[in-house]
Ligand binder design. Structure first.
Ligand code: ZN
Length: 211
């Protein structure tokens, strides 16, 4: 009997343990994405692409299906219209991973992975932004870490939810929501099959006083 119990429940406990949210993993993602060597993940930069590759690596590890137009990537060109630099076009991506639960509808969980780079694309609050690394730990390494942890949870919890999940890390949000707009205009699954979307932006701003 004891043996049967173990046989039946040990896999469940293992799954539950693997899937449980982990502060350590969340902080690892934030530390990586917001580190100085990522130079603020400005749209069109090498480091922005490095962040995309990091997210792809995690999606692949979790067994999510690629749901972009080029594997996990949905490449698009972001337009920069700012007074700080001349107008320009910068290549970037959305990164999309799909958890198929064979359900009719899909929930989208999203977070943007770009930030302000080295302060040359506008939107910075620093008095002398140019040349300064805008790490963006809160905005939005925290949201991406949340996205990755939810992707882990839903893909490893051994429960087949009655919805599919589409995880999207959006590019070029700081340049005016360009990645999410591009996805809505060029959806990689029918929009009428999407139940709702939840967006995570700056979830690191925890204030104990506000509960
Ligand atoms: Zn943001």
């Amino acid at each position: 009997m004891k043996f049967l119990f173990l046989l039946l429940f040990v896999p469940y406990f293992l799954h539950a343990q693997q899937a449980a949210p982990s502060a350590e993993r969340i902080s690892q993602h934030v530390k990586y994405l917001a580190s100085d060597r990522m130079k603020g993940r400005g749209t069109g930069s090498r480091e922005n692409d490095k962040a995309a590759r990091y997210i792809i690596k995690q999606f692949r590890k979790l067994g999510l299906a690629p749901q972009g137009t080029d594997g996990y990537r949905q490449p698009f060109t972001a337009k920069v219209r700012r007074v700080v630099v001349p107008d320009s076009l910068r290549p970037t991506n959305n990164v999309l991973g799909f958890l198929n639960n064979d359900a009719p509808y899909t929930i989208v969980i999203g977070a943007h992975f770009d930030h302000l780079g080295m302060g040359k694309q506008g939107s910075s609050k620093a008095p002398q932004p140019e040349g300064q690394i805008h790490n963006g730990a809160d905005d939005n390494a925290s949201g991406v870490a949340g996205l990755l942890e939810l992707a882990r949870y839903f893909s490893q919890n051994a429960i087949k939810e009655p919805y599919n999940f589409l995880f999207i890390a959006f590019g070029a949000e700081e340049l005016g929501l360009q990645g999410s707009r591009y996805f809505v205009n060029n959806p990689t699954l029918p929009l009428e099959k999407i139940n709702f979307m939840t967006n995570m932006d700056m979830i690191g701003r925890y204030n104990a006083g506000q509960g």
